[in-house]
Design a protein around this ligand. Structure first.
Ligand code: F6P
Length: 553
C-alpha cells in the first residue's frame, strides 16, 4: 500500500473557515427555530439504515434534525471530509495500512467480523476459542472436583472488560432457565483492583463450578494480574492445596508464555491478533464470555458489525452514517464549542454503554499530537459521560435543562416488544426528553404553567424565572427496533467508525494510548516504594498512606 498523502491540519482546509462563519451566523438562533417553515427538516436530516440481509427491514434510524446545523453546514462538513481525504483514510483502514502510525500497525479489528481481510501473515482465526466457549456453554468442562463449570468470572479491565461486559448485559437472557438439564451459565465481570470487586462476586460463587477467564491482551496489566492471583489463592483455599486449579482457568491473551507461567494450560490460552486494539476487541477472543452467554447468536453480532463496515466503506458521504456522526460531533466540538457528549441509552441492557463509549472515544481521540508531530490547534475528543434512561432524568438532566452548559446528547432507543407497558413508558420518555431539551420553556410558558396551578399573580412573577429552561441542547436519536445481537453489532461498529472519522480529520492516531502508559509508570514506582523523584505533594501522599497502613496493622 502506498504512503498516506501529506497531512494538512484541518484548519488549513478551505472548509474550516467557512464552517466558522456558519457557526457565527447560526449561534444567535434558537435550535428549535431551525424547524420553522421547514416541515421537511426532520425527514431530510434523518438517515434510515435498511438491513441489507433482510428485505424491507429497517435496522436503524438516525435522526440528526435536533442538531444545530442546516443543509449548508452539513454540505460544508462533507466538503471538509473530502478535503481531509477521508476516503483515503477509509481505504487505508480497510486495506490494512498502518493507520496506527505510532506503533506502525494496521487497525483491522473489522477482520474479526469479516468486514475486511486480515493483514497478511496473521489470521483472524478464533476457532479454538469458539470451540472452548461452546463446550463450556454446553457443560462439557468440569472443575478439579468433577463438578460441571457453570460460572464464568472474567478478570480484565478497559477493553478486556467493557466490551464483553456491555454485550453480555445487553444480550444474555436474565431469565435463562435450565435447558436440556443444564443450568444457564452465570457470567460476572471483575475489573477493579479494589478487593471488594472480586470479593463481592466470590461471596456468591462455588469454587468447584467456577472458571476464571484472565482477559488481558498483554498479560501485564497490574490490576488484572493482581485479581488473577487473588482468584488463584481463593481457589486453593476453597478446593485444597492439592487441587488441580488449572481446570478453573482460561485466558485470552497474546502473551501465551506469561499465561502458561501463571498456571494456565497452553490449550486454554486464546490469542487475539496484535492489530486488534483493546477497545476494539469485543469481536475477537475477548468476546469469549459473550459466546459462552449467547452461543451461536454471537454470529449475528458479527454480522451487525460487518454490515456497518460495508456501509462505511461503500456509501457516499452524503448518506454515510458514521461519517455524519463523526462530522456532526466535530461540528459540535470545534465550531459550537460544546465540550461534552452524553450517551443516553434508554435500555437497561445498555447501562454499560456510556462506559464503553468513554473508553472508545476518550482513549482513542483524547490526544493532541498530530500525524506530523505538531500539537493540534483544534479541540479533539469531547468529554463523554452518561447513563441509562430514565435514571439520568432523576439525577443529571436538571443541569441539561437549567444549567449553564451545552451538552451534545446521543439518545439510543431500542423500541422493544409490545406487551409490558413499562417498555412503552421507557421509549416515550426518551423521545420526550430529546424534545423538551431542545425546545426548553420560555418565561411566558413558565408563567402559564404557574397560572394554571392557580397561583396569585405576584407568586407567578416571583417563580416564573425559576421555571425557565433554556432549551437548545442538540441531540441525535438512534432508534433500533430491538436490542439483540445483530443490532448491538450495528451500534458498536457505528461508533467505532465515527471515532475513526474524527481521528482522521483531526490528524491524530486513534489507536495508541501512550498517556495511559505514563500514569502506569508512576503507579509502578510507588508500588516499589520509590518516592524519591516524585513531586512534594505526591511524596507526601505516599508517605501519609503508608502511615495510615501502619496505624491500621
Ligand atoms: O488502559 C490502557 C489499556 O492498555 C487499554 O487500552 C486496554 O484495553 C486495557 O489497558 C487492558 O489491557 P490488557 O488487555 O493488555 O490487560
Amino acid at each position: 500500500m502506498s504512503e498516506a498523502s501529506p497531512f494538512v491540519p484541518p484548519q488549513h482546509l478551505s472548509a474550516w473557515p467557512l464552517l466558522e462563519t456558519h457557526a457565527q451566523q447560526l449561534s444567535p438562533k434558537p435550535l428549535a427555530a431551525l424547524f420553522d417553515n421547514d416541515p421537511d427538516r426532520a425527514n431530510r436530516l434523518t438517515l434510515i439504515f435498511e438491513n441489507p440481509t433482510e428485505l424491507d427491514q429497517t435496522a436503524l434510524i438516525a435522526d440528526f434534525s435536533k442538531q444545530k446545523l442546516n443543509d449548508e453546514i452539513l454540505a460544508s462538513l462533507i466538503h471538509l471530509a473530502r478535503e481531509a481525504r477521508l476516503d483515503e483514510g477509509i481505504d487505508r483502514l480497510f486495506n490494512g495500512a498502518p493507520v496506527n502510525f505510532t506503533e506502525n500497525r494496521a487497525a483491522s479489528h473489522m477482520a474479526m467480523r469479516g468486514g475486511c481481510p486480515p493483514p497478511p501473515g496473521i489470521g483472524a482465526d478464533t476457532r479454538a476459542m469458539r470451540t472452548f466457549a461452546f463446550d463450556l456453554r454446553e457443560g462439557m468442562f468440569t472443575g478439579s472436583t468433577g463438578k460441571t463449570i457453570r460460572h464464568l468470572i472474567n478478570l480484565g479491565i478497559g477493553g478486556s472488560d467493557l466490551g464483553p461486559r456491555l454485550a453480555v448485559e445487553a444480550l444474555a437472557d436474565p431469565r435463562g432457565g435450565i435447558v436440556c438439564g443444564i443450568e444457564p451459565m452465570r457470567i460476572d465481570f471483575v475489573s477493579n483492583v479494589d478487593p471488594r470487586d472480586l470479593d463481592s462476586v466470590l461471596v456468591h460463587a462455588d469454587a468447584a463450578s467456577t472458571l476464571f477467564v484472565v482477559s488481558s491482551k498483554s498479560f501485564s496489566t497490574p490490576e488484572t494480574l493482581a485479581n488473577a492471583k487473588a482468584a488463584r489463592q481463593w481457589l486453593l483455599e476453597q478446593l485444597g492445596e492439592d487441587a488441580d486449579i488449572s481446570a478453573h482457568f482460561a485466558a485470552v491473551s497474546n502473551a501465551i508464555e506469561s499465561a502458561v507461567t501463571f498456571g494456565i494450560k497452553p490449550e486454554r490460552v486464546f490469542p487475539l491478533p496484535e492489530w486488534v486494539g483493546g477497545r476494539y476487541s469485543v469481536w475477537s477472543s475477548i468476546g469469549l464470555p459473550l459466546l459462552a452467554a449467547i452461543g451461536g447468536t454471537f454470529d449475528d453480532f458479527l454480522v451487525g458489525g460487518r454490515i456497518i463496515d460495508d456501509h462505511f466503506r461503500l456509501t457516499p458521504f452524503e448518506q454515510n452514517l458514521p461519517v455524519w456522526m463523526g462530522l456532526i460531533g466535530l461540528w459540535n466540538t470545534n465550531f459550537l464549542g460544546i465540550q461534552s457528549t452524553a450517551a443516553l441509552p434508554y435500555a437497561h441492557g445498555l447501562r454499560s454503554f456510556p462506559a464503553w463509549l468513554q473508553q472508545l472515544e476518550m482513549e482513542s481521540n483524547g490526544k493532541h499530537t498530530l500525524r506530523n508531530g505538531n500539537r493540534t490547534e483544534a479541540a479533539t475528543a469531547p468529554i463523554v459521560w452518561g447513563s441509562a434512561g430514565t435514571n439520568g432524568q432523576h439525577a443529571f438532566h436538571q443541569l441539561l435543562y437549567q444549567g449553564t452548559r451545552q451538552v451534545a446528547l446521543d439518545f439510543i432507543i431500542p423500541i422493544g416488544e409490545e406487551g409490558d407497558p413499562r417498555q412503552r413508558i421507557l421509549v416515550d420518555n426518551a423521545i420526550a426528553q430529546a424534545a423538551a431539551l431542545m425546545m426548553g420553556r420560555d418565561i411566558n410558558a413558565a408563567r402559564d404553567t404557574l397560572a394554571r396551578r392557580g397561583l396569585p399573580d405576584a407568586e407567578v412573577e416571583r417563580l416564573a424565572p425559576h421555571l425557565v429552561c433554556q432549551g437548545g441542547q442538540p441531540s441525535t436519536t438512534l432508534m433500533l427496533p430491538r436490542l439483540d445481537a445483530f443490532h448491538l453489532g450495528i451500534l458498536l461498529a457505528l461508533y467505532e467508525h465515527k471515532v475513526f472519522v474524527q481521528g482522521w480529520i483531526w490528524g491524530i492516531n486513534p489507536f495508541d494510548q501512550y498517556g495511559v502508559e505514563h500514569g502506569k509508570d508512576i503507579a509502578r514506582a510507588l508500588a516499589s516504594g520509590e518516592v524519591a523523584g516524585q513531586d512534594p505533594s505526591t511524596a507526601q501522599l505516599a508517605r501519609l498512606a503508608e502511615e495510615f497502613r501502619l496505624r491500621m496493622r
